[in-house]
Design a protein around this ligand. Structure first.
Ligand code: CLR
Length: 401
């Protein structure tokens, strides 16, 4: 038997947590977990994983050939997976339960490096169900990613029911390249958590996800996890093909998303490129100092909770959490009384999203807006009214209306 990472005094609470997972209703805001597995970071921060290699993100804009451009987009997508799904386990020793964002919570920042300035805006646009929307853009390169996703626990009944946690992401991302007026619809992989019994949970991806471009290319990524083909964990195979011609790949990619992967020519099978996420520099995100942040900004809002979690002080953690929750409840009450809704600062609910529907139809997916409290789009007008983080002078009360 493997050793357990559960602290001795938490054995009981871990066991009851595992049991509670089995009967969990899927809404993350109702999940309670033992202290040692709590993270000090809110889920609203997770949007930043899409942009941590700005040069790889803007690379497609420099490619004139549409096929190769679609390949650059696929490589960028694959390059984000390690940060998205393995970085917490690598840094903290295991996956942790993130803080559950409140409605209107913001995470703003930018990356500055050889790719210029890449901006991040992430906003919690719904609380029940929890939905995060984000926009990552590099104006000089003329590229913009926007997306929204809801998180949902889902149950795979095939595995030992007591300690299994499977998870579906609802939503999608859209990458737009100005120069070619090209849009890529990106679907999100399903995942499950391994290592629960021993108290050291980590993420493994399942099934498949797609990237469908308006220029007529489809990329399909199959996640196989440990064992299936190579016996290595986090394995995947991907292929890029003209839409409708899955059997005629232009490129194939295989390897591990936490390790190296290689790109091969679909016909000749010759290796044409490779990528190693371990050797690719991660550009740190610049976030305004706490005292200059708006009070809706995640790290400022959760500061006292995060400090209490770090100290292991569960009484203070609970107290500070209730303060936030009560305040939110109060705000919702006032909104109901005045029959209005919380005004999202950067995103708007869209009634129709024809391009997305058109692209998703090509990969046989449908956009399910009733699970995400609507379809969320970045609103340029709202955004230009809300001052970007780079030019903000202190805590501007104007922004808090
Ligand atoms: C959020 C959106 C990001 C990618 C991403 C990575 C890890 C996922 C997270 C998403 C959603 C919440 C998640 C997390 C891993 C563990 C955590 C599923 C999809 C759950 C809620 C934690 C469960 C408690 C464990 C300690 C067992 O782009």
């Amino acid at each position: 038997k493997e050793g357990s990472a559960v602290p001795p005094q938490a054995k009981g609470s871990w066991t009851s947590f595992l049991k509670s997972i089995a009967s969990f209703n899927g809404d993350l805001s109702t999940m309670t977990a033992p202290p040692f597995i709590l993270s000090t970071k809110s889920l609203v921060e997770f949007s930043s994983y899409w942009g941590e290699h700005p040069s790889v993100f803007v690379a497609p804009t420099k490619e004139k050939d549409p096929e190769k451009r679609a390949l650059r987009v696929l490589i960028w997508f694959l390059s984000t997976l390690k940060q998205q799904y393995a970085s917490r386990s690598e840094k903290l020793g295991s996956e942790k339960k993130p803080l559950n964002p409140f409605l209107g919570e913001l995470f703003l920042g930018k990356w500055e490096d050889e790719a210029g300035t890449t901006q991040l805006v992430s906003e919690q646009v719904s609380h029940h169900p929890p939905v995060t929307a984000y926009c990552i853009s590099n104006a000089d390169a003329g590229i913009r990613l926007q997306g929204y996703n809801a998180q949902k626990a889902s149950f795979s009944r095939t595995i030992n029911v007591k300690a299994s946690y499977a998870h579906t992401q609802i939503g999608h991302a859209l990458l737009h390249i100005d120069e070619y007026n090209e849009t890529y619809l990106i679907t999100l992989p399903a995942l499950h958590i391994e290592g629960l019994i021993t108290g050291s949970p980590y993420v493994e991806l399942n099934r498949c996800s797609y990237i469908q471009s308006s220029s007529g290319y489809t990329a399909k990524i199959d996640y196989s996890g440990k064992g299936w083909i190579s016996g290595k964990k986090n394995s995947f195979t991907a292929s890029l093909y003209p839409e409708g011609k899955e059997k005629e790949p232009i490129y194939t990619v295989d390897g591990q998303w936490t390790d190296a992967f290689t790109v091969k020519d679909g016909k000749t099978k010759a290796v044409v490129d490779s990528f190693d996420p371990k050797k690719t520099k991660v550009t740190p995100l610049t976030v305004a100092p706490l005292n200059e942040q708006d009070e809706m900004e995640s790290r400022r809002a959760w500061k006292k909770v995060a400090d209490a979690i770090t100290k292991g002080d569960m009484d203070t953690t609970a107290q500070e959490k209730s303060l936030i929750e009560n305040r939110q409840r109060e705000m919702r009450k006032v909104e109901r009384e005045e029959s209005r809704e919380w005004n999202r600062r950067f995103f708007t609910r869209a009634d129709k999203y024809p391009l997305v529907e058109q692209l998703s139809a090509k990969i046989g997916e449908s956009i399910n807006d009733n699970q995400t409290n609507g379809v969320w789009v970045f609103d340029q007008d709202k955004a230009s009214q809300a001052k970007p983080p780079s030019t903000k002078e202190g805590d501007n009360p104007e922004l808090r209306k």
